[in-house]
Ligand binder design. Structure first.
Ligand SMILES: [Zn+2]
Length: 432
């Protein structure tokens, strides 16, 4: 009897232990399931992987693998999968912009990983590089233009030393007077002696007398050749455009690289991007307006003030948080396009004033081409073609934003060519 009671007691204890173990396993399973679900929602796709490799491996059989491999393996998966790319549906609200791009998003990455992602493949890689390459192109163009375009004619750069240096002065004079033939046997002291009044050609001439003589000769020579020298117009409006283009391209590239880091970073970067676009559009007005109305300062200042004010107003409007929401895509496109379209007014005005000049017609041809590039860019930006036709097919390459970037670079380059024609025209024509 006693033995029987002890056996029952033991079997109850055994059952109790068994139940306890069962409960333990249940708890573990529940915990594993929750972790798996969390990872699933943050990792996005699981079946076909992505360009960084291997989102899909791991916890498909979360319950059993957890009990099999234990916590160490679970931790390894967490670390390995931490900075993988995610799907659109797993994005935080601030990164949701284009529902036709389905995969390969970076989201909430630390700054270091975000910076390194310039060298990895995701759906922003080509957005970053199209404008970074454009920036490098315009940097080279700016340096080349700066070095090779002749500066504004300034005869005052002929420096007269306190102690005359005849050989240096001779070479400076000859280099300043390109229309004169080279005179290898021209000895400046003798020439001065022959040309100057008798008062300074006395045998005991002092340095001072000689200096006065040189000054006088320099002015005479400058006045003599001035009508025959081309008079380059000022270059600053051209460099304003190049500066605006470089700022736009670099800020856009930086924005695409960094804005996935955090909500705050996205807010700042998108404003920098909008400011860059407004700068490019406003700066693009400077060469055509300045050179077309160079001889009518009132019109020139009126147009330049109007476009600069519009650019600043656009940047201020873009500071409102609502401006970046997907619902405002058309408003954004309309505002920037409106700025660009307002350029039609000075172009028509230019044609009325100088329509008979071949150079002016040539610049108008470039401006029409530029309008086509920018117009197409705005169109694909607003309509999200082609990805809306085949969602998910253009995630990495070929989506509308990349096409928009390429068209912007093409438009800006066309405008650079137009700027060169304007400079050539005004250099040769002046205000006469
Ligand atoms: Zn962009």
């Amino acid at each position: 009897m006693r033995l029987e009671r002890s056996t029952i007691k033991q079997s109850r204890k055994k059952e109790e232990r068994e139940r306890e173990r069962e409960r333990e396993r249940e708890r573990e399973r529940e915990e594993g399931g929750r972790t798996g679900a969390r990872e699933l929602s943050s990792m996005g796709e699981r079946d076909d992987g992505d360009c960084n490799g291997n989102v899909g491996d791991g916890n498909d059989d979360g319950h059993t693998s957890l009990t099999r491999s234990g916590r160490a393996r679970q931790l390894w998966h967490k670390v390995k999968n931490k900075y993988n790319l995610v799907e659109y549906h797993a994005l935080p609200a601030y990164l949701r912009d284009n529902e036709y791009i389905l995969r390969h998003y970076r989201a909430d990455w630390p700054l270091k990983q975000t910076l390194y992602s310039i060298f990895t493949i995701h759906n922003e890689t080509l957005n970053i590089w199209t404008h970074l390459a454009g920036f490098v192109l315009f940097l080279i163009i700016t340096i080349y233009t700066f070095l090779h375009l002749p500066r504004v004619a300034e005869l005052s750069h002929l420096y007269i030393p306190n102690v005359p240096d005849f050989h240096k002065l001779q070479s400076e004079l000859i280099s300043s007077l390109p229309s004169l033939p080279s005179l290898p046997h021209w000895h400046l002291p003798e020439a001065i002696s022959n040309c100057l009044p008798g008062a300074v050609t006395i045998v005991n001439r002092t340095e001072r007398c000689l200096l006065v003589g040189l000054r006088s000769m320099k002015e005479d020579a400058a006045n003599l050749v001035a009508p025959f020298l081309p008079r380059p117009t000022t270059r600053w409006p051209f460099f304003i455009f190049l500066g605006g283009a470089m700022f736009c391209l670099l800020s856009s590239s930086t924005c695409h690289l960094l804005y996935c880091h955090s909500k705050r970073m996205a807010y700042i970067m998108l404003r920098v991007d909008y400011a860059g676009i407004a700068s490019l559009i406003a700066a693009s007005f400077y060469p055509p307006v300045y050179y077309s109305f160079m001889c009518s300062p009132l019109l020139r200042n009126l147009y330049l003030t109007a476009i600069t004010t519009m650019g600043i107003a656009t940047v201020l409007v873009s500071l409102f948080p609502v401006f970046e929401t997907p619902q405002f895509r058309h408003v954004r496109a309309a505002l920037f396009s409106g700025m660009g379209i307002s350029g039609i007014a000075p172009i028509l005005h230019k044609l009325i004033l100088h329509g008979d000049e071949p150079a002016v017609l040539e610049t108008t041809g470039y401006e029409v081409a530029m309008g086509v590039f920018y117009g197409l860019g705005a169109l694909v930006y607003a309509t999200r073609i082609p990805e809306r036709w085949k969602p998910g097919k253009f995630d990495i390459a070929g989506h509308s934003h990349q096409l928009f970037h390429v068209l912007v670079v093409a438009g800006a380059y066309t405008h650079y060519q137009a700027g060169l024609v304007y400079l050539k025209w005004r250099d040769s024509k002046g205000c006469s």
